[in-house]
Design a protein around this ligand. Structure first.
Ligand code: AMP
Length: 216
């Protein structure tokens, strides 16, 4: 599966980040998360970061042109023939169209779009307990996947934090944005014959096994 190019689709809390991290550590793929990229921009107080923060804190999607330009720069840095996985991009029809142009320009073709399917109650439970490492991006859950020492990353010793937008009042807006703007992409990729459904309301190891079966 060297050189495989994947997109992870699914609502917030579906496990996209966790699966992307597993593909990176176990398969050496480059994992690109537009959410992580944007949080980095916010942390560094760049111009796009300052603009993006307002949308992110409100649970809304950041405007297409900002996300597309950030993603495009990062995709271009990936060495040729290296597999990669996009986590959280595309999230709108305009982004999916832009991605086709980027791939065409780079001479790359998309292998699979994995749609992580999770019911709403599971999503809500996952988001409320989610914690992330400020150092390496590893994802934990207070109940389902706790770190060995509370508040500290098992992998790198970094401090764990709760994302601003995982708080209850923002989550509803994010789920609505997903349903209205992102869910239509399921059909877009199904029509291209590269969509694979993954039952993702189980633990990370089981979900990852399903992913491996689908992309063999
Ligand atoms: P995530 O970490 O993927 O849940 O993304 C966190 C937040 O970053 C989202 O709620 C959006 O505000 C923003 N974001 C991430 N990826 C995108 C994208 N592809 N398009 C627009 N906004 C995005």
């Amino acid at each position: 599966m060297e050189g495989i190019k994947l997109i992870l689709l699914g609502p917030p809390g579906a496990g996209k980040g966790t699966i992307a991290n597993m593909l990176r550590t176990e398969r050496g793929m480059v994992a690109l998360s537009t959410g992580d990229m944007l949080r980095e921009e916010v942390k560094n107080r760049t111009q796009s970061g300052r603009k993006a923060a307002e949308y992110m804190n409100a649970g809304k999607l950041v405007p297409d042109e900002t996300v597309i330009s950030i993603l495009k720069n990062r995709i271009k840095e990936i060495p040729p023939n290296t597999g990669f996985v996009l986590d959280g991009f595309p999230r709108t029809a305009a982004q999916a169209e832009a991605l086709e142009d980027i791939f065409r320009e780079l001479g790359v073709s998309l292998d699979f779009v994995l749609n992580l399917e999770v019911p709403r109650d599971v999503v809500l439970q996952r988001l409320s307990g989610r914690r992330q490492c400020s150092g390496c991006g590893e994802i934990y859950h207070l109940k389902n996947m706790p770190s060995a020492r509370e508040g500290i990353c098992d992998k790198c010793g970094g401090a764990l934090f709760q994302r601003n937008d995982d708080r209850e009042d923002t989550v509803e807006t994010r789920l609505t944005a997903y349903e209205r703007q992102t869910a239509p992409l399921i059909e877009f990729y199904a029509n291209r014959g590269i969509l694979r459904a993954i039952k993702a309301d189980v633990g990370p190891a089981e979900t990852f096994n399903e992913v491996k079966k689908q992309i063999l």
